[in-house]
Design a protein around this ligand. Structure first.
Ligand code: CMX
Length: 147
């Protein structure tokens, strides 16, 4: 795959938060963001909200607020170890299978053998932080649902 076809843009930056409603209140009242989408993803162990600015365009990155559903959640573990804060950076891709194959060819480990379901029905996978310079890197191929 050609490098120019790999990533489309930064889709979102994910913030680990202890309480979703409190985080939404803070980000709307203090920073002026608005809720674009909310959902619970049981498989990922998160309650999440995608936040956009008042002038949000489809190609503008969003903020993803991620709260743990239970103590076994990846987000609960992250907060216990690091406190609340930036948990992930997510790149949007057009074809996650092709991008995954290219990254694997280049020696990068993806966490799941096949993509799982993420926000709004997107197909997602993650590059381990040890293979991405210390950053948990999500890849997302958006679904057709509201995103
Ligand atoms: N960002 C950067 N580094 C991270 C990290 C993160 N979010 N999470 C873990 N690490 C680092 C740790 O600092 C640690 O490094 P050291 O060994 O140098 O201390 C190493 O990776 C292992 O960390 P750990 O605390 O032992 O964590 P685990 O191995 O149990 O889990 C990971 C790490 C990436 C496999 C796990 O977080 C994961 O599966 N993430 C993908 C799923 C996910 O994040 N889901 C929630 C979001 C859902 C969504 O976006 O839709």
């Amino acid at each position: 795959m050609d490098n120019s076809d790999l990533f489309i843009c930064i889709d979102h930056v994910g913030l680990a938060v202890p309480d979703l409603d409190e985080a939404i209140k803070f980000h709307t009242e203090v920073f002026g963001w608005r809720v674009l989408h909310r959902e619970v993803n049981e498989e990922q162990g998160v309650a999440e909200a995608m936040m956009g600015t008042g002038a949000q365009l489809p190609e503008n990155a969003q903020i993803q607020l991620l709260a743990p559903l239970n103590e076994n959640s990846t987000i609960a573990k992250f907060i216990a170890k690091n406190g609340p804060g930036m948990q992930q950076l997510c790149y949007r891709v057009a074809d996650i299978d092709a991008v995954s194959a290219t990254l694997r060819e280049r020696g990068v480990r993806l966490l799941y053998p096949e993509p799982k379901t993420g926000t709004g029905g997107a197909r997602i996978n993650f590059v381990h932080p040890k293979d991405a310079g210390g950053v948990l890197l999500e890849l997302t191929q958006p679904g057709n649902a509201d995103h």
